[in-house]
Design a protein around this ligand. Sequence first.
Ligand code: PNS
Length: 160
Amino acid sequence: MSVAIYPGSFDPITNGHVSIIRSGLVVFEKLIVAVLSNPKKQPLFTVNERIQMIREVFPKEEAQIEVDSFEGLLVDYCDRKGARVVLRGLRAVADFEYELQMANMNRHLNTKVETVFLMAKDAYFYVSSNLVKEAATLGGDVSKLVPASVADKLYAKLGR
Ligand code: PNS
């Protein structure tokens, strides 16, 4: 079975992530969506909240999508899961440098792990979790940029 790990912060999952996951399922039989648990970062949502939100977006895809969290090196997590492919989404060119650095670092750390990139849907080319959070915090309408269930939780978290 072809399996890829789709890692990220997902704080919170956006429609851009959703589009990459849907495209990923065209290419791979199974995706492990892996939420980074980083004790050094101050996320808006806890790891469990982020996992729950992702699961809620894909209620029918349980057999193809596993949602999990990981700490430490991504390539070590790949080893633990027996996966050889990391899936990442590419948006505007600004992503390229950062993604190239990460893919090269991961290859340096573990030559058996390959990174595969898929393009985000053009409507979501400029959507990021950070911008969504900033816009929502300042009273902006982000309901077209994240799944409805995520928008509800975002507004609730921000006391809107
Ligand atoms: O959604 P993000 O924040 O762009 O995802 C970044 C992520 C989680 C893929 C990256 O930070 C990561 O893999 N972190 C784990 C630590 C690691 O393996 N670092 C070395 C490779 S750069």
